[in-house]
Design a protein around this ligand. Structure first.
Ligand code: AMP
Length: 440
């Protein structure tokens, strides 16, 4: 199947061809006809599947072919499509994609997010904006200041809706929904299905077409995953050795906390490895600067917290390192989704110390896969022979989730991967370090 088989216009096909896309990805094959038909959509797809184009291309097609009745009214040119994203980086990235895909169309796009001055955004809003890509917080700031008018929205996209809910945006989303016209097409994208998504979808979508590509919580085949067992206080040394020995470049390293990210950057810098951090306490310009350097290959290591890194599209990223395992097993899947994308192969390495064994077990249960363990000579011997810490299973484990038996090589139980464990998994000993929860 080709893009022209999907009924897209020549202008759109030319733009995607110039980006090197030769055929639609599975999510695009399913979502594009559904959106063109005018139906609401509930779509399960992770970043890396081509999901942005799956909603943007048909949106562009509809907006460009149906010259809205309102465009010649007294209101000037109303905003016709609203795309909400959980993070600033994702908003910037999606808006860039919309602009690229629509470069041969006469449609104006705008990215709107916090952490930067509101005045240039107000100025842009006084001109023509057809498609607005926004984070909920800043959009509501504009609503409050009456600098944005959402009363003509025809298309609403909630991108990474599960993440928005996790980040506590539900009230903001409901407030935004209350400002939109009732008659509109809604597209809801999620990476991991949950009861909260179901509830949101039930209230929002009208007889939606449901599509889901790649089984939930399954990691890409193109990613080689490996675990290094190592004592906590030797993780940095091991990372330095891995980077040096293997000549790793463009390494995305995840830490669980902002403090941990800053500390690691300091340590790497002392070792003369060029590193910068992105997390919620960094200014928007520092985040943009670090990301730009990383993307154009002039920064060896980018250290990020989960929220800051969410949805980053860094093409063919070769290495992802979990310096700390995430508390939420689903975040492991999201993290390593940064690598091995669009067919490219990548390596995902996790540095796991003894008090993270229970988190590792949760991840393996979720992905229904046992991760190969390696020990680098000189590292991790203590961690290897140490017994697993005694934890109160009832406190640490969601109901119904079994710990895989790690003493032999039976296949993992196929039982519990379906349920989200978000509320219950807490493996950290460092409770003084707060996870990155900032989002505006
Ligand atoms: P996304 O899932 O939207 O973050 O997209 C992941 C990556 O796949 C991006 O770098 C896109 O540019 C790329 N991409 C999207 N659609 C296609 C396609 N049909 N063929 C090749 N690459 C694509």
């Amino acid at each position: 199947m080709s893009f022209s088989d999907l009924g897209l216009s020549n202008e759109i096909i030319l733009a995607v061809t110039e980006l090197g896309y030769t055929k639609p990805t599975p999510i695009q094959m399913q979502a594009i006809p559904a959106v063109l038909s005018g139906r609401d959509l509930l779509a399960g797809a992770q970043t890396g599947t081509g999901k942005t184009a799956s909603f943007t291309l048909p949106l562009l097609q509809k907006l460009s072919s149906d010259k809205s009745v309102k465009s010649s009214s007294n209101e000037g040119f109303p905003i016709r499509a609203l795309i909400l994203t959980p993070t600033r980086e994702l908003a910037a990235q999606v808006e860039l994609s919309v602009r690229e895909y629509g470069k041969y169309l006469k449609l104006n796009t705008m990215a709107m997010f916090g952490g930067v001055s509101i005045n240039p955004q107000k100025k842009l809003l006084r001109g023509r904006v057809d498609i607005l890509v926004a984070t909920p917080g800043r959009l509501l700031d504009h609503v409050q200041q009456r600098t944005v008018n959402l009363s003509n929205i025809e298309f609403l996209v909630l991108d990474e809706a599960d993440r928005m809910l996790d980040m506590g945006f539900i009230r903001d989303i409901r407030r935004i929904l209350s400002l939109l016209p009732k008659q509109r097409q809604n597209l809801l994208f999620f990476a991991t299905f949950s009861d909260k998504i179901k509830e949101l979808a039930t209230g929002l979508l009208d007889h939606p077409e449901m599509i889901e590509v790649a089984r939930r919580n399954v990691t890409a085949d193109t990613v080689t995953q490996k675990v290094y067992k190592v004592d906590r206080d030797r993780k940095c040394q091991l990372l330095v050795q891995l980077i040096r020995q293997n000549n790793w470049y463009q390494v995305l390293v995840f830490t669980r906390t902002k403090y941990g990210a800053d500390r690691l950057v300091k340590q790497l810098t002392q070792e003369r490895i060029q590193a910068l951090a992105i997390h919620g306490n960094k200014s928007q310009s520092a985040r943009t600067h670090a990301l730009a350097k990383f993307k154009n290959d002039s920064l060896q290591v980018l250290v990020a917290t989960d929220i800051a890194a969410r949805g980053l599209d860094i093409n063919e990223l070769p290495h992802v390192v979990n310096f700390d395992l995430p508390n939420v097993p689903e975040d492991y899947v999201h993290r390593i989704g940064r690598t091995g994308r669009a067919g490219a192969s990548g390596k995902a390495v996790s540095l796991v110390c003894a008090d993270e064994y229970n988190l590792l077990a949760d991840i393996e249960t979720l992905i229904e896969q046992r991760l190969p363990v390696e020990v680098v000579s000189g590292f991790g011997v203590n961690a290897q022979i140490k017994p697993e810490p005694i934890v109160d299973e009832r406190k640490h484990r969601p109901k119904g989730r079994k710990r895989p038996d790690r003493s032999h090589s039976k296949p993992l139980p196929q039982t519990s991967a379906k349920k989200s464990s978000r509320q219950t998994v807490k493996g950290s000993k460092n409770s003084d370090e707060r996870p990155d929860t900032s989002h505006r």
